[in-house]
Design a protein around this ligand. Structure first.
Ligand SMILES: NC(=O)c1ccc[n+]([C@@H]2O[C@H](COP(=O)([O-])OP(=O)(O)OC[C@H]3O[C@@H](n4cnc5c(N)ncnc54)[C@H](OP(=O)(O)O)[C@@H]3O)[C@@H](O)[C@H]2O)c1
Length: 411
């Protein structure tokens, strides 16, 4: 008989309520003892005595052995999670930004106090990728992980490509449907995808990288002419996070829009859906597809973590602890498409090889090879000058079919 979990739940928003809906339909050996929220004036669907605004009522309650943290405040989440881990309570969290920013500290706290923190719901909602990376895949066999990690930006890109809806209207639609926040920067700027990538890479390669060291270029500057160009080439544009082992010593990571060929799994992942592609040496390419957000899909991943705690499951961070010493690097060459207005941006990016240059009226682009570090150094300039950058392996191959094959093997 598994042990009874007595839960202190932080947050009763989209994910918290989704989790509650799932738990109450099942006969699980789980009890939600108390729920901490922020605003005492909000109407709740459960009895008032279940709620509190005092986090210590949960953290200091000896009856509660498990904290489930599902709030939307990064610093408060870190305080709650770290306090719980220090005081012997196991934790499940869905806060990707908090986990990505404080990963090393959270790993240290788990080791120091013998407690467990699980966060499957933080990375691509319902897709079970963290435990698979941690348990199923061997480090040496993994060439790369990539995919579509953010449903809001994928929704906007799909609306633009499939339905010819311009960026601002597609963003508004995504906001109306609840896919995108009022301030969409985290989603469309690639930050959300980057937080998830940093977490996934820790479990895939054992590298613990600060999010600020990883490039994220988003889709804010996407224009109709970029989509039109992709259509002419029979490609789509997707926002794609990539973690890639370069050799026995180096791993790279970045988040960039990418031209995607129909041979790639990502091509058919549209609207709010997420996917993860794992490229392994022997298993070859594997593909996980599902809902990356929403109360019930994310709640299901949170519940899976809660269930795992009943048999004392912990991430071992095996790859971070063994002595293989993989280093994170931004020193790699990438093929990119740059649509620009300001000519001096092309000079600043110091292309090492130019594959193609195009001018027609105010549509100017260059496709060529540059160093990832140069992109990072010019990240703000690119954003502010309304330039659009995309990873462009699919535009530089001898033929699209060859390029698709090479690209699948490389990223
Ligand atoms: N929404 C998704 O589909 C999704 C998917 C994966 C991961 N996540 C992550 O899951 C977390 C929760 O997301 P959500 O969409 O459920 O957020 P949400 O709907 O905005 O709800 C946030 C909840 O947190 C509570 N809260 C905020 N600050 C608090 C504090 N200091 N102490 C206690 N409670 C506090 C709020 O209280 P009030 O009710 O009083 O306002 C609310 O109940 C976020 O980190 C998010 O990034 C979300």
């Amino acid at each position: 008989m598994s042990k009874k979990l007595k839960i202190g739940l932080f947050g009763f928003g989209v994910v918290g309520q989704g989790l509650y809906d799932i738990i109450r339909t099942k006969n699980l050996n789980i009890e939600i003892v108390k729920i901490a929220i922020k605003d005492p004036a909000k109407t709740r669907s459960l009895p008032a005595e279940l709620f509190t605004t005092d986090r210590d009522e949960l953290l200091n309650n000896p009856e509660i052995n498990t904290i489930v943290e599902l709030i939307n405040d990064t610093e408060a989440a870190y305080h709650i999670v770290s306090t719980a881990l220090k005081t012997g309570k196991n934790v499940v969290s869905s806060s990707k930004k908090m986990v990505a920013l404080y990963l090393q500290e959270l790993i240290d706290l788990q080791h120091e106090h013998g407690t467990s923190l699980l966060y499957e719901g933080a990375v691509c909602g319902s897709i079970p990728i963290i435990r698979n990376l941690e348990e199923y895949y061997d480090n040496e066999l993994l060439h790369s992980i990539s995919g579509i990690f953010n449903g809001s930006s994928n929704y906007i890109l799909s609306k633009g490509y499939n339905d010819n809806i311009d960026y601002d209207s597609a963003l508004k639609l995504a906001q109306d449907l609840g896919f995108a926040e009022t301030d969409p920067t985290m989603d469309v700027g690639g930050f959300d995808a980057k937080f998830k990538l940093v977490i996934a890479a820790t479990h895939a390669y054992g590298v613990i990288v600060k999010p600020e060291d990883v490039l994220n270029v988003g889709i804010q500057n996407l224009a109709a002419r970029d989509l039109q160009y992709a259509r002419e080439k029979k490609l789509k544009i997707k926002l794609v996070p990539v973690a890639k082992k370069l050799d026995e010593e180096n791993v790279t990571m970045f988040v960039l829009p990418k031209f995607v060929h129909e041979n790639e799994f990502l091509y058919n992942v549209d609207y709010e859906y997420n996917c993860v592609t794992v490229q392994a040496a022997f298993a070859d390419q594997q593909f996980f597809y599902g809902k990356g957000a929403g109360g019930h899909p994310t709640g299901s991943a949170v519940l899976s973590d809660i269930a795992a705690l009943r048999y004392d499951y912990q991430y071992e961070y095996k790859k971070a602890h063994n002595k293989r010493d993989l280093q994170f690097t931004n020193n790699i060459e990438l093929n990119i498409y740059l649509r620009y207005e300001d000519e001096s941006l092309v000079d600043a990016l110091e292309f090492e090889h130019i594959h193609e240059r195009f001018y027609s009226g105010d549509y100017k682009f260059v496709i060529g090879k540059i160093n990832l570090q140069n992109l990072i150094d010019n990240q703000h300039r690119i954003l502010n000058s309304k330039a659009f950058v995309a990873f462009a392996d699919q535009l530089t191959g001898v033929s699209l079919a060859t390029a698709a094959k090479q690209s699948a093997e490389v990223f």
